[in-house]
Design a protein around this ligand. Structure first.
Ligand SMILES: [Zn+2]
Length: 331
C-alpha cells in the first residue's frame, strides 16, 4: 500500500483535531472496547455506505411525509405531538422547519453527503431537513424534530455522548408505528441500514482512536505506522467512507451514533412490550439529560451500553446482508 506524503500529513493533522475534540469527562478507551465488539459483527464493515438502499418501495411527497410524521407523534404522546405540530405548522417559539428536496440523479459523493445533511441549528432555531421522496423522509423529519426535545445549551458530557439517543429511540417507535402500514421489506431495509450505520460508525471511531492512541504513545505517525492501522482494519485510504478526507474531525460524532444505535435498539424492544411505560421513561430521560446526568438518564431509560445485547439483535440482519452480498457500495 503506497501512502504519499500528503496523506501522511493529512492523517497527522486529523489526529490533532481528534485530540482537540475530546471531552475531559469521557473515557474514550472504554468506548473503543465497545466498538471493537460491534466491528466483529461483520468483516465487511469497511464497505458500508450511508445511503445504499435506493430501492425503497414506499414513495412519499413532502406533504404526505409531514402528515405521517404528525400522525406518528399523535400516536405516541400528547406533549410530544404538541411540540412537533407547532414546529411543523410554524407556530413554535424557537424552531422553524425548513424543508429541502434532494435533486434526483446526483452521484453519491462525500460532498453530497455533507451538503444534504439534515440537521438542527439550535442557535438559529432551525430544523433543516433534506427529503429523498420515500418513506425514509418521515424518519428524517421525526429524527430532527426529536433533537429539539432534549436539547441543553451546554457542551457537556450528556450532550456530547447522548444527543442522538433520543432521536433514534423515536426512529425505533416509528418502525413500530409503520408496521403493517408499509411493506415489511421496506421496514427490514430501514432497520438493516440502521444497524450497518452503527457498525460503520464504530469502525470509524476505532480507526480514528487507533491513530490517536498510536500518536500519543509514539509521536507523529510515519507512513509505516499508518499502514499498520489501515491493515488492521482491512481497509485502504480511499474506501473508509471518505471519513479520512473530511476536514472537520470530531471523534464525538461517531461516538454519539454508536451510543444511539445501541441504546435505541434496546429501547425499541421495551417499547414493543410496554409503550406507555416507555414514553414515561423517555420523559424522565429528557429531564436528566438536561441536567447533564447522562448515566442516570440512560438508566432511567432502562438501557445500558452492553454491546452483547446489540450483537444478538443485529446478527440476524447482518447475516441476511452478508448472504445476499449487496456489493458495489464502496464509495
Ligand atoms: Zn441526529
Amino acid at each position: 500500500m503506497e501512502l504519499d506524503n500528503e496523506f501522511v500529513k493529512r492523517i497527522n493533522g486529523l489526529i490533532d483535531r481528534v485530540k482537540h475534540s475530546m471531552h475531559k469527562d469521557i473515557n474514550y478507551n472504554d468506548i473503543y472496547l465497545i466498538c471493537s465488539k460491534l466491528i466483529a459483527l461483520s468483516k465487511k464493515c469497511n464497505y458500508f455506505s450511508r445511503n445504499f438502499f435506493d430501492d425503497i418501495q414506499t414513495k412519499t411527497s413532502k406533504e404526505k411525509s409531514l402528515k405521517i410524521a404528525l400522525q406518528f407523534f399523535k400516536s405516541i404522546d400528547r406533549e410530544f405531538y404538541k411540540k412537533a405540530s407547532n414546529i411543523i405548522n410554524g407556530k413554535d417559539d424557537k424552531y422553524s422547519l425548513i424543508i429541502h428536496e434532494i435533486p434526483k440523479g446526483i452521484p453519491n459523493t462525500i460532498k453530497k453527503e455533507e451538503e444534504y445533511q439534515s440537521k438542527v441549528g439550535h442557535e438559529k432555531g432551525m430544523v433543516s431537513v433534506w427529503l429523498k421522496g420515500d418513506i425514509r423522509d418521515v424518519y428524517t423529519i421525526v429524527h430532527e424534530i426529536a433533537h429539539t426535545f432534549d436539547f441543553n445549551n451546554k457542551y457537556d458530557k450528556a450532550r456530547t455522548t447522548c444527543s442522538d439517543v433520543l432521536p433514534e429511540c423515536f426512529e425505533g417507535m416509528l418502525d413500530v408505528f409503520l408496521t403493517n402500514k408499509i411493506p415489511q421489506n421496506d421496514l427490514n431495509k430501514i432497520e438493516l441500514e440502521r444497524y450497518l450505520k452503527t457498525i460503520m460508525y464504530a469502525f470509524e471511531y476505532n480507526v480514528k482512536y487507533n491513530f490517536y492512541d498510536m500518536k500519543e504513545k509514539n509521536g507523529p505517525l510515519s507512513a509505516q505506522m499508518i499502514r499498520k492501522v489501515l491493515r488492521r482494519y482491512n481497509t485502504k485510504p480511499n474506501n473508509t467512507f471518505g471519513f479520512l478526507y473530511i476536514d472537520n474531525q470530531d471523534i464525538n460524532v461517531p461516538l454519539r451514533y454508536v451510543y444511539a444505535g445501541i441504546g435505541a435498539d434496546q429501547f425499541k424492544k421495551q417499547f414493543i412490550k410496554n409503550s406507555s411505560k416507555s414514553v414515561e421513561r423517555l420523559k424522565k430521560y429528557i429531564e436528566l439529560i438536561k441536567e447533564n446526568k447522562s448515566e442516570e438518564a440512560l438508566k432511567a431509560l432502562g438501557i445500558n451500553l452492553d454491546p452483547q445485547l446489540y450483537k444478538q439483535s443485529a446478527q440476524n440482519f447482518i447475516n441476511f446482508y452478508e448472504q445476499n452480498d449487496i456489493d458495489g457500495m464502496e464509495r
